[in-house]
Design a protein. Structure first.
Length: 371
């Protein structure tokens, strides 16, 4: 019987074999596969890679590595030997990690100060013996969660649904902040029901949105990092602004003369739970255009320019610190170069010609739509 020796195979790996015959004419078909044959165990020869530190809690040293794949474990009982020592010392402290899939080890010692440098290496072993260690790297113990609270926290109402919360950065802390968390809850609710919003980096303010109008909210701010959260700031409070007026400007009167139209309207009286009227906004645009121009006024009248030929769509809204109110009914006015036309006149005028009568639409009230 013919035989052959397969060499340089990995230990403790299953293989199957097939044989092919060959001669000067060519190569024949391969045989059927042999049964699976596992090579013998051996001491592991591959050390873990990418040994590094990770974030942890105060007094922790977190050591991470890339696990060794199964094909290089070389036998049963595979695990890791984690060795570490404070930088500059002689003796190594070793810990066994028995899981072959492990990729992290956490050493905790209450006597270890934050950010203490350690020399670290990770080795391997199996039932046949100990394998090699990785190269030595220097990592630091965890810095710990922030120890100080943000200061000078202020909350300012921006609109009916928004509040700006701002604070000063932490100047001194045993743990460096990676960001801040703002907690907020409505009056008459408990702090443990608070919703939260996180910032990252050095941001020192956040605008909270989606709040209820005319509602009192309470706020705290605390720093955080990979180790956890620091203490909360002192509580501050702010009330969202009242809703904008729900009534629309009414009784619109207008007079067109040349390339401009003069508008007038009745004042809007807000309800008790609505913001006081600050002024009025006149929105106007050419028909077929999506972008409106805006005229702001504190009066009950405004002059709107109609510089280009075509039909203009105009509406009026009251505005307040709570935002813009409900829009009036729209008017449609064509740019007209001759004479004077008022809203009291008929909307249809007939212009006689030598052979026919042409009807010209001058202005028409239509229901308000979204801009």
């Amino acid at each position: 019987m013919e035989s052959a020796m397969a060499v340089d195979l990995n230990p403790w790996v299953e293989y199957e074999f097939r044989v092919v015959a060959t001669n000067p004419i060519g190569t024949g078909d391969p045989s059927t596969p042999s049964r699976m044959i596992r090579t013998n165990e051996a001491v592991p020869k591959t050390a873990p890679t990418n040994v590094s530190g990770r974030s942890g809690r105060r007094h922790e040293l977190v050591i991470a590595w890339e696990p060794v794949s199964e094909e290089f474990q070389n036998g049963e009982g595979f695990g890791y030997i984690v060795a570490f020592r404070p930088n500059g010392t002689r003796g190594w402290k070793e810990k066994m990690v028995t899981s072959s899939e492990a990729s992290k080890f956490i050493y905790r010692d209450e006597s270890v100060p934050p950010l203490t440098p350690f020399e670290v290496k990770v080795g391997v072993y199996n039932n046949k013996g100990d394998g090699p260690f990785s190269q030595i790297v220097v990592i630091c113990s965890a810095e710990g969660e922030p120890s100080a609270a943000p200061t000078d926290v202020k909350a300012t109402s921006v609109s009916v649904s928004e509040i700006l919360v701002a604070w000063k950065h932490i100047k001194e802390s045993l743990g460096r902040p990676q960001g801040f968390e703002v907690g907020y809850w409505k009056d008459m609710e408990q702090e443990d029901t608070a919703e939260t919003v996180k910032t990252r980096g050095n941001e020192s303010f956040v605008i909270l949105t989606g709040l209820e109008g005319n509602t009192l909210y309470h706020f705290t701010v605390r720093a955080y990092n990979g180790a956890g959260y620091g203490p909360p700031s002192s509580e501050v409070s702010a009330t969202t602004k009242k809703s904008p007026p729900s009534q629309a400007p009414s009784n619109l009167r207008w007079e067109q003369q040349g390339s401009q139209v003069s508008l007038g309207w009745e004042p809007v009286i807000p309800l008790a739970n609505e913001s006081e009227v600050v002024g009025y906004k006149v929105f106007y645009r050419q028909e077929g255009h999506s972008n409106s121009q805006v005229i702001e006024t504190q009066k009950l009248q405004a002059v709107v320019p109609l510089p280009d030929a075509g039909v203009y769509i105009i509406e009026v809204r009251a505005y307040s610190e709570g935002g813009d109110g409900t829009a009036s009914s729209q008017i449609r006015v064509p740019s007209y170069s001759g004479g004077k036309i008022t809203s009291a006149q008929s909307t249809l005028h007939s212009l006689s010609t030598s052979s026919s009568s042409v009807t010209l639409l001058l202005a028409l009230m239509i229901p308000s739509t979204s801009w």
